[in-house]
Design a protein around this ligand. Structure first.
Ligand SMILES: *[C@@H]1O[C@H](CO)[C@@H](O)[C@H](O)[C@H]1NC(C)=O
Ligand SMILES: *[C@@H]1O[C@H](CO)[C@@H](O)[C@H](O)[C@H]1NC(C)=O
Ligand SMILES: *[C@@H]1O[C@H](CO)[C@@H](O)[C@H](O)[C@H]1NC(C)=O
Ligand SMILES: *[C@@H]1O[C@H](CO)[C@@H](O)[C@H](O)[C@H]1NC(C)=O
Ligand SMILES: *[C@@H]1O[C@H](CO)[C@@H](O)[C@H](O)[C@H]1NC(C)=O
Ligand SMILES: *[C@@H]1O[C@H](CO)[C@@H](O)[C@H](O)[C@H]1NC(C)=O
Ligand SMILES: *[C@@H]1O[C@H](CO)[C@@H](O)[C@H](O)[C@H]1NC(C)=O
Ligand SMILES: *[C@@H]1O[C@H](CO)[C@@H](O)[C@H](O)[C@H]1NC(C)=O
Ligand SMILES: *[C@@H]1O[C@H](CO)[C@@H](O)[C@H](O)[C@H]1NC(C)=O
Length: 451
């Protein structure tokens, strides 16, 4: 095992410096995510053609977030019209409500609401109602995972809108639901009209007018309680460090019956099928942590030049198959990751040089679907790291991840002084060292989030 002096204080000070440096560079924003500083969803609105009383536009959503996707039942985009606009017709999407169109006698608009909400159409929509990048049921992949499916578009024909670039007004108050809260959208900004290249690349056409809206995500806006937690174990210590109690919620007694389900309950099947009414809320198995998702990091084997970690993701939610799930983990040894079994891997380097952050996701048709709670409700992988003699150690919890995200949400970690220790380590000293490292970094992270 590592006989060298640990590089912890040095690591901490360099991390601290880096974090401070970065916090001064990035523009302040409440929804700032240090592992994906440029992550956003950009809505682009291209006016393609004038009509008798308005225009036809193609509206596209680009999910530029590295690891946060939108899964079923999908996105919902809303705005408030600036004047008395109406929607004559749509393809590749639809307004959820028509609203009051009683003023119209012969030609009935698709939607007359002042604040329409648009959703995607479902796969299998007839061809004459489709456009490119539509009809995926509102599912939008993460950019790092599947950039081709990280774009969604629909076409809208707008009436009573003005027919020149001087009379058209940009809509206000864009909202993006995914499908719950979490995204905050800025104002629409007129930008240079988009250019479209012909297939052979020899001719470019352009939109009459284009405006962009940027929406950013914040876990704080999305929901107050976390959705995942981390547990730890190692070959060198029998202790299994469980997720902290009440990580995502507490088991309440009689006050809220049905807040969780016992895994061996004979009524399980009926409870699960019964409660389709509110299918967005998770229905979790009763555990001390009450999280829908648990990530277990096991330090499995120590070789001469390598070491091996096993990661298990367990679903405790009876109401959710997690399709296209992903995991982000931060550990200093990811710059020497040698092999990864049965997951896809991509290095994320939000700050250029340092690749200590990895994005992991399932292999298509093999384990990209994390099944509902039960015997099939888990996915596993093993990672082989090459030891870098200057940093590698099993002491002071170095072998455990610094940060873990599941589907873009930060997971609750056990307190560092509870990590499994090497039998010969002096736990008190090690604990205080590690604790000060983590607390300094946590304070910096908190500062960073609130900048
Ligand atoms: C949105 O994300 C893209 C791609 O990462 C980036 O180029 C752009 O600057 C971002 N926009 C804002 C307003 O942050
Ligand atoms: C509107 O069109 C005119 C003439 O094509 C152009 O000069 C002007 O910049 C356009 N304005 C906007 C807001 O796009
Ligand atoms: C847009 O949102 C702002 C702030 O939430 C609100 O004050 C304003 O009334 C809204 N505008 C419209 C047209 O709904
Ligand atoms: C507007 O959004 C599109 C699509 O993301 C992007 O290509 C374009 O550069 C954006 N324009 C500006 C000025 O940000
Ligand atoms: C549930 O309530 C009983 C009595 O009301 C109490 O003894 C027990 O500790 C409670 N359990 C939990 C998990 O709160
Ligand atoms: C999860 O997927 C399985 C198999 O595709 C399906 O039978 C089941 O109904 C799904 N469960 C939920 C809650 O969507
Ligand atoms: C680290 O990042 C560099 C450049 O971004 C990349 O070439 C290299 O493969 C990455 N290393 C690992 C282990 O992913
Ligand atoms: C580990 O990765 C770093 C940065 O990519 C490299 O400088 C170093 O040589 C690697 N160490 C080993 C043992 O491969
Ligand atoms: C294993 O780690 C725990 C801390 O989580 C510690 O209390 C215990 O003493 C360690 N066991 C051995 C054999 O060192």
């Amino acid at each position: 095992m590592a006989g060298r002096r640990p590089a912890f204080p040095r690591l901490c000070s360099s991390v601290a410096l880096l974090v401070v440096a970065i916090s001064c560079l990035v523009p302040s924003s409440e929804a700032y995510d240090p592992l994906d500083p440029n992550g956003n969803i950009t809505i682009k609105w291209d006016v393609m053609q004038w009509t008798a009383d308005g225009y036809v536009a193609v509206v596209s959503l680009y999910n530029y977030q590295q690891y946060r996707h939108i899964q079923a039942p999908g996105w919902k985009l809303g705005w408030v019209w600036a004047k008395k606009e109406i929607i004559w017709s749509m393809s590749g999407g639809q307004a959820t409500e028509q609203g009051d169109c009683s003023k119209f006698k012969s030609n009935i608009p698709h939607c007359c609401k002042k604040d329409p909400d648009i959703v995607d159409l479902l796969p299998g929509t007839p061809y004459n109602m489709q456009i490119a990048n539509c009809c995926k049921g509102g599912v939008l992949s993460a950019w790092a995972q599947d950039p081709e499916n990280a774009v969604a578009s629909f076409q809208v024909s707008v009436g009573q809108a003005g027919t020149t670039n001087k009379t058209v007004r940009v809509p206000k108050n864009f909202t993006l639901k995914a499908p719950g809260p979490g995204y905050t959208c800025g104002p629409a900004k007129l930008v240079k009209p988009t250019k479209f290249l012909s297939q052979d690349g020899r001719r470019a056409t352009q939109a009459h007018m284009t405006w962009n809206v940027t929406c950013t995500y914040s876990q704080f806006v999305a929901q107050r309680s976390p959705t995942c937690c981390v547990s730890l174990s190692s070959f060198y210590n029998d202790t299994i460090v469980n997720c902290p109690t009440c990580s995502c919620g507490c088991q309440t007694n009689s006050t809220a019956p049905g807040s969780c389900v016992e895994g061996n309950s004979p009524y399980l099947a009926s409870v699960v099928t019964d409660s389709h009414k509110n299918s967005l809320a998770p229905l979790v198995q009763c555990t001390s942590h009450m999280c829908p998702i648990r990530i277990h990091w096991h330090v499995k084997v120590n070789y001469k030049e390598y070491w091996r970690v096993k990661i298990t993701v367990t679903n405790f939610n009876y109401r959710m198959n997690y399709s296209q799930w992903n995991l982000v983990a931060q550990h200093p040894n990811f710059d020497n990751l040698t092999t990864i079994f049965s997951f896809n891997y991509k290095s994320l380097n939000p700050y250029g040089q340092i690749n200590d952050t990895a994005m992991l996701w399932g292999i298509k048709y093999y384990n990209d679907l994390l099944m509902t709670a039960g015997p099939d409700g888990n996915v596993q992988s093993e990672l082989l790291f090459r030891k870098d003699a200057s940093t590698f150690t099993f002491q002071k919890g170095w072998a455990f991840p610094r940060r873990v995200y599941f589907n873009g949400d930060n997971c609750v970690m056990p307190p560092p002084d509870s990590y499994p220790w090497l039998p010969n380590a002096s736990p008190r000293l090690a604990a205080s060292l590690l604790f000060s490292f983590v607390s300094v970094c946590a304070v910096l992270a908190i500062l960073l989030i609130h900048v």
